[in-house]
Design a protein around this ligand. Structure first.
Ligand code: NAP
Length: 306
């Protein structure tokens, strides 16, 4: 039996593991794809203290290496079922069932979809939810990015070095993303690399075997415009992936896990950290903070409970 099982290898889960391993707890990390979570798919990160600018994948690898050197065990698989109500917790995966004294849910969040007709049909055929993963497929092509938050901004910055032109489609004329990054985008606008398509929503996605154009509607004058692009990057936020635990863990109205300040959920020995948790600021630095806090509380919990 492990002391702790952590589900999700983003910065929150990895930081929890580093703090727990340094306290000599045994830790199993269950990760679906690759360590790093959303950060591994981010281009340059310029707001994580200690690094003026670092590639998301590089930062993820550094965190994972640090945890692995401390003795982190990792399996790459999907969780099928949780049995969390007893003192000993069980996590069933495609690679077997594992037991532990405490569970950390570092489940992150998955990309939101536009919910426009043909969206699913064009995934991998023009539509992508990850610019750093798929941007290179669109070298010297015209692409669109939808969204107005930091992810859409970073996608634009990343794509600007690769593609011919970017249309940034946003449903309002004010952005949610950092003003600092917006200024960088405006520099690209001056040279025609980026065009802001504001107050606009995607109404249709056209093409046969692959995407060829996006129709947007201007919300103010209701005019329609067809923009011919080879790629569309959807960056309209994320939603928590809490479907497997929704019957036993208390969630807010948007599906995020409600915790106390020590990252405890409503179930003893079950913690939630990072983007899956209800909170105001979802950043790497706050994810790391959640992870550290949870580990310290878990160490205490285990010594009192077992
Ligand atoms: P976000 O901040 O929630 O922004 C989502 C954007 O998509 C918003 O501008 C929203 O428009 C728009 N949107 C939402 N639903 C839409 C729909 N159905 N159709 C069209 N547009 C829609 O999401 P995010 O950019 O993924 O960022 C998530 C979190 O990660 C944020 O806290 C962000 O700061 C953080 N993040 C930080 C960094 C960094 O600091 N380096 C990088 C990436 C992400 P409205 O504005 O009108 O609501």
């Amino acid at each position: 039996m492990y002391d702790i099982i952590i589900i999700g290898g983003g910065p929150a889960g990895l930081t929890a593991s580093i703090y727990a391993l340094r306290a000599k707890k045994s830790v199993l990390l269950i990760e679906r794809y690759a360590p790093g979570g959303q950060v591994a798919q981010t281009g340059k990160i310029e707001n994580y203290p200690g690094f003026k600018s670092i590639d998301g994948l590089e930062l993820s690898n550094l965190m994972f290496e640090q945890a692995s050197d401390l003795g982190l065990e990792t399996i790459y698989t999907d969780v099928i079922k949780y049995d969390l109500l007893g003192k000993v917790k069980k996590v069933e995966t495609y690679d077997g069932t594992f037991e532990c004294k405490a569970v950390v849910l570092a489940l992150g969040a998955v990309a939101r979809q536009l919910d426009v007709e043909n969206e699913k049909k064009f995934i991998g055929k023009g539509i992508s939810y990850c610019a750093t993963c798929d941007g290179n497929f669109f070298k010297d092509k015209n692409v669109a990015v939808v969204g107005g938050g930091n992810t859409s901004f970073e996608d634009c910055l990343y794509l600007a070095d690769i593609v011919n032109k970017i249309y940034l489609i946003h449903r309002r004329d004010e952005f949610r993303g950092d003003k600092h990054t917006l200024l960088k985008l405006k520099e690209f606008e001056k040279v025609g690399k980026i065009e802001f398509v504001l107050n606009s929503v995607v109404k249709a996605l056209n093409g046969e075997d692959k995407l060829i154009s996006v129709v947007v509607e201007n919300k103010i004058d209701k005019t329609l415009r067809e923009i011919f692009v080879d790629g569309l990057f959807v960056a309209i936020g994320r939603r928590p992936d809490t479907s497997l635990i929704q019957d036993i863990i208390t969630l807010d109205e948007n599906g995020y896990i409600i915790t106390d300040e020590n990252m405890r959920t409503n179930i003893d020995g079950v913690y939630a950290v990072g983007d899956v948790r209800q909170k105001r600021l979802r950043q790497i630095v706050t994810a790391c903070s959640d992870g550290a806090i949870s580990a310290v509380d878990i160490i205490d919990y285990i010594s009192k409970t077992f």
